[in-house]
Each structure stands twice: as C-alpha cells, then as structure tokens.
Design a protein around this ligand. Structure first.
Ligand code: ZN
Length: 154
C-alpha cells in the first residue's frame, strides 16, 4: 500500500540540522504515527513520503519554507516583565506559552532579560533551519472512519 491521503502511516525518523547534530529521533520510542494529508507533519516531509510504502527508506532535506517557516525578526520583541505575572522567575532560555493575536497558543522563548525589559522570541525553535530527515516507513494502513472524522491517527 502506498502512502496517500487519509492513510495512517508509521515512521521511524532521525532529524539533523546543517551541522549534523541530531535534533530529534524516534529511536528508543514508538514509531511516529500520523494521518497523512491532514497537516500532521511539516509539508515537506508529507510531500516526500507521498507514494512511499512500508519498508521504504528515504533521506530528505527540507528547506525552511516547507518546514517550520523562515525566521521572522518581527516575532522577536521586547515586553515588560509584568507580562510574566505569576512566573516564579524569568531567565534566558525559558519557554512560556502565550496567547497569540488570534487566540492561538504560542510558544515563546525568553532570549534576554535586562531589568524590566524581557526580549522574547515567538519563532518556532526550528524556524529558518533546513531539516535533514532520515526516514524509515514502518507501516501504512487505511484510516478508520473515526480517524478520518477526527483528523488524526488513533
Ligand atoms: Zn480521535
């Protein structure tokens, strides 16, 4: 069975950056299972998997525009410490969840703290990066009606 819209796909994968550092891997865990064609994976990876079958292996490099997007300078902002009311401490490298303009949950990272000024970055941590995936397809099956209805794999 070849991977196409509304099939449930299981993959093992390893993700590296341009320097060859491993950023993420399914090694030692269950394979990643997702419903194909519903935006469960980044667009470039779904595109590369389209038409593949169980036991196929692939190496694919995905540019930012088909991954987590370009790095957007406008998403780096200074806010006042008062925006972190309730947080015990605010330090560079800490991640918080914030509400975006459209009510969506946004993950932000603290970049710098200078007195009351906190510089935050709302870019995805992998924004602007070319992603190098090694993927092994483990299983491909038809989605159940319930999975199609829910828009995710069970
Ligand atoms: Zn469900």
């Amino acid at each position: 069975m070849k991977i196409a819209q509304h099939q449930v796909v299981s993959i093992d994968y390893e993700l590296k950056n341009d320097n060859g550092d491993v950023l993420d891997t399914s090694a030692g865990q269950q394979p990643l299972t997702y419903l194909h064609g519903t935006g469960g994976l980044i667009p470039g990876l779904e595109k590369a998997l389209e038409g593949k079958a169980a036991e196929d292996a692939l190496e694919v490099s995905i540019p930012p525009e088909e991954g987590y997007g370009e790095f957007n300078e406008n998403l780096v902002q200074k806010v006042n410490m008062s925006a972190f009311e309730g947080a015990e401490k605010v330090e560079p490298g800490m991640q918080f969840q914030a509400q975006g303009n459209n009510g969506e949950v946004q993950r932000i990272m603290v970049v710098e703290v200078e007195g009351e000024d906190v510089t935050i970055d709302a870019n995805h941590p992998l924004a602007g990066q070319t992603l190098h995936f090694s993927v092994q397809v483990r299983d491909v099956r038809e989605a159940t009606d319930e999975e199609k209805e829910h828009g995710h794999a069970h």
